[in-house]
Design a protein around this ligand. Structure first.
Ligand code: G4P
Length: 554
């Protein structure tokens, strides 16, 4: 008898099974290698929607400019809930778009741009392997970008930077890069450099390929190859626009002198970002971003769990829910759980185990989305996002596997910054209110806290609009007419202490300021920043956390 594991199977009915397993794993590895899953992050108005649309055009996923834009401005006003979106002219919903480019399957996760929905945006970022950061060249680094980058930092997500709107009079590119480096604390490695700007924008110089990509304004050029100048042609351009070319040469020399050249490993570690300049609206520079995604962004990465690291090429299926969305379509009053596949292969009709409840679930008719249309999905691999219909059984952070019990790490809850109490107009509806809030809390629409000394729950959110959506949904889905009134709370911190006796002492002394979250964890509710600081000083052994993981008992 030899010690080879495979020997057990040789000469038995195991051989074909083993062969099939090897084939399956090889097939999975091939599919995983083709996947790129990313999100676009930006401050509102920097050009995220425009870039999304152009990426989809290049990927052949949409035929016509305007499709995504129409979604943003609220074409699906048929749903009551989405009426809010229309009124505000913002995108409350976020969804997933899949397209192929150069044999890569690209999953683009849309994130709501409005700051009121940053909590949702944060969670989408837990499901991606890379991000494209869009910066408005005239404005530089803006507030929302800072917050989003902080979240990417939690997982060292590789970032590709697109500096947009070069067709306008914008800021000095060196200054913008300086700002990115100093404010966002990430090193910049320019891959392209602008030649002029605004009316005098000539194109970009590609530092790695030593060529010039000529800018031609106009959306009609969408599917045309960009004009590329090399060698003598570049010199000709230098004669046509000597000033712009000289500035570009001086600046790229400066950049090269500062040693800011692209390093794939540093990019993959999230320490350096390749920078591209362009103009989304004119389709310029978009293809280079897409190439960077295909060539440099990582294929789906291994994911940490509470028991072990899951490799994306493992044959057994695993995945986690990072987003729940209700009312995506007014004709289907169900909820869709967005699940990031982490390993194995999804096939329609497969049976999986729901880790939290231990129950078996059949995964049939999973969907993917294109603009606002659903498409049935027959198979999916690590990196893909599948939409699973359900009626409340799935919560954020839930894990589905082919049997193994594990929990994926790194799906955070963020400490709310706004708190309200729901006041019922009809006191008979208390039960429905409770049910509604619990379900909406599970969806991640808001966070619900139960104060230790009060039966009236506190509702926490990162942005005001979350309250408006919940108020609206309580009425239309649960028949509850409630108004939200501000509670005088500044922020919350989850509290832990390894010394249980000490924790109990803390709880006893601070009962009026403590609440339990949906998972039973203690949260300290501070009415001012000063109050929080004082509590931290007074109780140095107690830890105050601004984030916690989904499903985690602290
Ligand atoms: P967002 O999703 O990040 O909020 O930004 P969005 O793409 O909607 O773009 C915000 C505005 O910036 C839009 O103008 C858009 O047309 C414009 N824009 C995007 N990319 C470029 C670019 O490369 N150059 C210039 N000059 N403008 C750009 P808007 O007036 O708000 O909307 P619209 O009337 O053009 O639709």
């Amino acid at each position: 008898m030899s010690n080879f594991v495979g020997d057990d199977l040789t000469g038995t009915q195991g051989t074909p099974a083993l062969d099939a397993a090897i084939l399956r794993e090889g097939g999975i590895a091939r599919e995983v290698g083709r996947r790129r899953t990313f999100a676009i992050i930006s401050h509102p108005d920097a050009g995220k929607t425009t870039l999304t649309e152009k990426l989809l055009l290049f990927g052949g996923a949409i035929q016509m400019a305007g499709t995504v834009k129409a979604r943003k401005s609220g074409r699906h006003a048929t749903s009551d809930w989405l009426e809010i979106e229309k009124q505000r002219g913002i995108s409350v919903a976020s969804s997933v778009m899949q397209f192929t480019y150069d044999d890569c399957v690209i999953n683009l996760l849309d994130t709501p741009g409005h700051q009121d929905f940053s909590e949702d945006t944060y969670r989408v970022l837990t499901a991606v392997d890379a991000a494209v950061m869009v910066v408005d060249a005239a404005k530089g680094v803006e507030e929302q970008t800072i917050k989003l980058l902080e979240v990417c930092r939690l997982r060292n997500t590789p970032i590709i930077t697109f500096i947009n709107k070069m067709d306008r009079e914008v800021r000095d590119p060196l200054e913008v890069l300086d700002e990115i480096e100093s404010v966002l604390k990430i090193k910049c490695a320019p891959v392209t450099w602008p030649i002029g700007m605004g009316k005098r924008f000539q194109g970009v110089y590609h530092l790695l390929n030593d060529e010039v990509l000529r800018f031609l304004p106009g959306e009609a050029k969408a599917n045309q190859d960009v004009e590329i100048l090399k060698g003598a042609q570049i010199e000709q351009l230098a004669q046509q626009c000597p000033q712009e070319m000289k500035i570009m040469r001086d600046e790229t020399e400066l950049v090269a002198g500062a040693g800011a050249s692209f390093d794939l490993q540093e990019f993959l570690r999230g320490q350096q970002t390749p920078v591209f300049f362009g103009s989304g609206i004119n389709n310029f520079g978009v293809r280079e971003v897409l190439r960077a995604l295909v060539d440099w962004a990582p294929a789906p990465l291994p994911r940490e769990t509470d028991v072990r690291v899951v490799q994306p090429t493992e044959p057994a299926f695993t995945g986690f829910v990072f987003k729940i969305q209700a009312n995506m379509d007014p004709n289907h009053r169900d909820r869709i759980a967005f699940l990031r596949v982490c390993s194995g292969r999804y096939s329609s009709g497969m049976k999986v185990k729901h880790r939290r409840t231990g129950k078996e679930m059949k995964l049939a008719n999973a969907v993917t989305f294109m603009a606002n249309e659903r498409t049935r999905m027959d198979e999916a691999y690590a990196g893909d996002i599948i939409g699973v219909h359900n009626h409340g059984q799935l919560q954020i952070g839930d894990v589905l596997t082919e049997g193994e019990a594990l929990i994926f790490k790194g799906i955070p809850y963020f400490a709310p910054e706004l708190f309200s109490r729901a006041r019922l107009r009809d006191p008979m509806k208390a039960k429905q209110l409770q049910k509604g809030l619990r379900q909406l809390g599970e969806e991640g629409a808001v966070q619900v806290f139960e104060p230790l000394l009060d039966t009236n729950p506190l509702i926490g959110a990162v942005g005001q609009l979350q309250f408006e959506v919940v108020e609206h949904r309580l009425k239309s889905e649960y028949g509850v007419d409630a108004v939200f009134e501000r509670a005088g709370i500044h922020t919350a911190r989850w509290v832990t202490c390894p010394d249980i006796a000490h924790l109990n002492e803390f709880v006893k002394a601070n009962q009026s300021r403590l609440a339990r979250d949906a998972d039973g964890n203690y949260a300290y509710l501070a009415d001012t920043g000063v109050n929080l600081r004082l509590a931290q000083e007074r109780w140095p052994k107690v830890q105050f956390h601004a984030t916690r993981e989904h499903g985690q008992r602290l």
